[in-house]
Design a protein around this ligand. Sequence first.
Ligand SMILES: C[S@@+](CC[C@H](N)C(=O)[O-])C[C@H]1O[C@@H](n2cnc3c(N)ncnc32)[C@H](O)[C@@H]1O
Length: 249
Amino acid sequence: MHELYTVLAEYYDTIYRRRAERIMEEIDFVEEIFREDAGRPVKGVLDLACGTGIPTLELARRGYDVIGLDLHEEMLEIARRKAKKEGLKIKFIQGDALKIEFEEEFDAVTMFFSSITYFDDSAIQQLFNSVKRALRPGGVFIADFPAWHYGGRDGPIVWDEVKGDERLVITDWREVEPAFQKLHFKRLVQIIKPDGSVKAFFVNDELNIYTPREMRLLAERYFTGVRIYGNLHRDLNPKEGRYWLVAIE
Ligand SMILES: C[S@@+](CC[C@H](N)C(=O)[O-])C[C@H]1O[C@@H](n2cnc3c(N)ncnc32)[C@H](O)[C@@H]1O
């Protein structure tokens, strides 16, 4: 598990190039939530499961004081390198999102790009509890998660990307266990070197499927104002491909 964030960490930004290109829109939406939903002005942000820092860096570029936390040092090394190159002051720390011990230190906590679906219903409650503690009064927690049950393709989906003189061929598919609401996300990454040799990596991650209603009910155990928005707009329609959980401390 987690090959994508260890041996393949240096290819993460290439694999998700198209998503990285849309990060400005995502952070525009997050800033709208900061302005419209948070119960306090937002300056200090904790970005949990920050990965290579795609959203973390964009928040810092816009003037927020950001700390990025991730389980995998391989991902953090890339994030630190990118921040240094841009002269951005961001603290990146290695840690488990479930074990954070911050006490009223942030105006917002974020968790982007389906990272929250790594946690099952018991772990997610541990997460909510720690996030709530980390937030200052009126602070906001924001996490996006996919609508796996609606209109998604079980695959395979194949696409290619280029990284320097290497070519990547990525094949994704998934197996859903509806009774347990588990999603087995599978990915084959083939890296084709300039001499034609191929290195292949297999990713097999177990993710949890949440409906918007389940996510809201779980979050309401810990937070006061809980809203589920659609993708990049502050309402919800039945055809969303992605949801945003917004929860106020
Ligand atoms: C899909 S990536 C998202 C990365 C980043 N948020 C982004 O938007 O590009 C999921 C991230 O979750 C991290 N992760 C998984 N379990 C974690 C945990 N228990 N604590 C902290 N980070 C975790 C992985 O290392 C990986 O970087």
